[in-house]
Design a protein around this ligand. Structure first.
Ligand code: CTP
Length: 491
């Protein structure tokens, strides 16, 4: 006699099949109903009109998440050919024309159907701040020219304006901390060090700063449910191009024909015009009287002497606060870590000094060797680097160290808290992303509500519950099973 398997009866087979189909249907409906929709994206464009050049950034984020939860990322960037818009003071319409090629690139990168709803902003920084101080009528004409060019684009033009130094510093800080996911998670924040051509910014949160001392340096934010009191300061004229002018102005006060410069390589020699050197509000009041039209800028390549002349750019004597950085500007005790970007990165990357585990003493030693290298050898070793940049890396490296150590009071210990960065997770570090996030209200003041379960967890729980229900069902219909008792079926 052969025992028949009790499961092999028509009733149990039918129940099982129906049950399995029901479970599959239940899970499929639940999963499909809650599946993330096919990803669609939205875009935003910001033009950074800096003193030395203009860059265009395109940002992208998931369309259904622009209610503050989606991650904004840089999709593309374009460097405008030519100098910064402030250099078009003598021909303002050209400032508008200069943006054309990058605007066309933007039209290709942003899907056509999104053009009309893509916000477009232009923010001008220290170059235009200086032009505005020098000649407001001309700076307004430059703005009119860029506005005219941007209004013609198919994007939703939202304005071109001069950014305050404080905004530049604060939005750079927002960018770095947003990209590092520190704001959403409420983690300790990273300070931001930004070095441009005409200004430099320092921004950080310090436990010792509540905004009461020197309130003009404080910016408060409430982001994702956390309150931040940020210390920020922008030093106009302390970007590396203007600092170079101030330094050379020190050298040339008496209007000599030959300037022997310790911050340029031995063998370097270039004839320069006094009128060009002094053509900036940062130095115009120091213009030597009766100087010849030109001077010969020659190099001696001496790092120690370079440090001495660079230090003279800063005023360390007066401070009416509990503590200062330089020029009588209040600065609370540094609190790291710090991200240093823009020219900090360009210069330290060129000099192979982005690794801050290298001790400060070694950094100085390397810079000493670099500055002493003959100009002919430098040119030979870097045939692809722009001669203007190449001629200045000895000065720029020395300036960065002096600014950080003598200016901001970094020590040989806290120097290692600095990270020289260009990008964070594919997006450039700089003020533009923070500016756009602010203007589009993409960072909420309060923490956004999150679903109690992630999608994968939700699917697993639905599946487990469905299987349990089915098992319970099978157990409950057990009396219907033919010969489910201990009886054995006799075939
Ligand atoms: N490979 C490079 C690229 C740029 N630079 C220098 O870096 C500075 C430009 O930095 P950036 O942040 O782009 O400045 P801007 O936005 O033009 O200036 P600002 O913010 O002061 O308006 C300039 O001095 C430029 O000479 C450099 O030394 N090496």
């Amino acid at each position: 006699m052969k025992e028949k398997n009790p499961w092999h009866t028509p009733v149990t087979i039918i129940i099982t099949v129906i049950g399995v189909i029901a479970i599959v249907a239940l899970v499929t409906v639940a999963v499909l109903q809650n599946m993330p929709l096919l990803q669609k994206y939205k875009y935003g464009i910001v033009l950074d009109a800096g003193s030395s050049h203009t860059s265009l950034y395109i940002y992208e984020w998931p369309a259904e998440k622009d209610n503050n939860t989606g991650r904004v990322e840089q999709k593309h960037s374009c460097t405008v050919d030519g100098p910064g818009i402030s250099s078009y003071a003598s021909a303002p319409p050209k400032a508008g024309e200069s943006l054309r090629a990058c605007m066309r690139e933007a039209e290709e990168w942003v899907p056509k159907k999104r053009h009309h709803e893509t916000p477009l902003y232009l923010g001008a920084t220290a170059g235009m701040r200086l032009l505005d101080m020098e000649n407001k009528v001309v700076s307004d004409k430059v703005f009119e020219a860029v506005k005219g060019a941007l209004e013609k684009s198919p994007f939703s033009y939202q304005g071109a304006r001069l950014l305050k130094g404080q905004e530049e510093g604060a939005f750079g800080w927002v960018t770095v901390n947003y990209l590092d996911d520190r704001l959403k998670q409420g983690l300790e924040t990273t300070g931001a060090l930004d070095l441009g051509g005409a200004s430099t910014q320092i921004s950080f949160v310090s436990d010792n700063y509540d905004g009461s001392e020197s309130p003009s340096n404080s910016v408060t934010f409430r982001l994702y449910g956390n309150d931040y009191t940020l210390y920020t300061h922008s030093f106009l004229c302390y970007g590396k191009d203007q600092a170079q002018r101030i330094r050379l102005a020190e050298h040339t006060q008496s209007g000599p024909k030959i300037v022997a410069d310790p911050c340029s390589h031995p063998g370097y020699s270039e004839t320069k015009k006094y009128s060009v050197l002094y053509d900036s509000p940062c130095v115009s009041d120091r213009k030597p009287q009766g100087a010849p039209e030109t001077f010969d800028h020659t190099g001696t390549g001496n790092f120690q002497e370079c440090q001495e002349v660079v230090k003279k750019v800063f005023n360390f004597t007066k401070c009416k606060y509990s503590q200062c950085s330089f020029n009588g500007v209040f600065q609370p005790i540094l609190q790291g870590p710090f991200g240093a970007f823009s020219a900090y990165y360009f210069v330290m990357d060129f000099l192979n000094l982005t690794d801050t585990s290298i001790t400060l003493e070694d950094v100085k030693e390397k810079l000493k060797l670099y500055c002493a290298t003959p100009w002919s050898q430098i040119v030979q070793q870097h045939p692809k680097t722009k001669p203007k940049y190449l001629a200045e890396y000895c000065f720029s490296g020395t300036y960065i160290l002096t600014l950080l150590i003598d200016g901001y009071n970094f020590t040989s210990v806290s120097y290692s808290d600095i990270r020289f960065i260009k990008k964070i997770k594919g997006s450039d570090a700089g003020w533009t992303l923070g500016y756009m996030l602010n203007l589009t209200n993409m960072i909420p003041a309060e923490a956004p509500d999150t679903p109690p379960l992630p999608y994968a967890g939700y699917v697993s729980i639905v599946t487990i519950i469905a299987v349990l229900i089915f098992i319970l069902f099978l157990v409950s219909v057990r009396p219907l099973w033919p010969h489910c008792s201990k009886q054995q079926q006799i075939v």
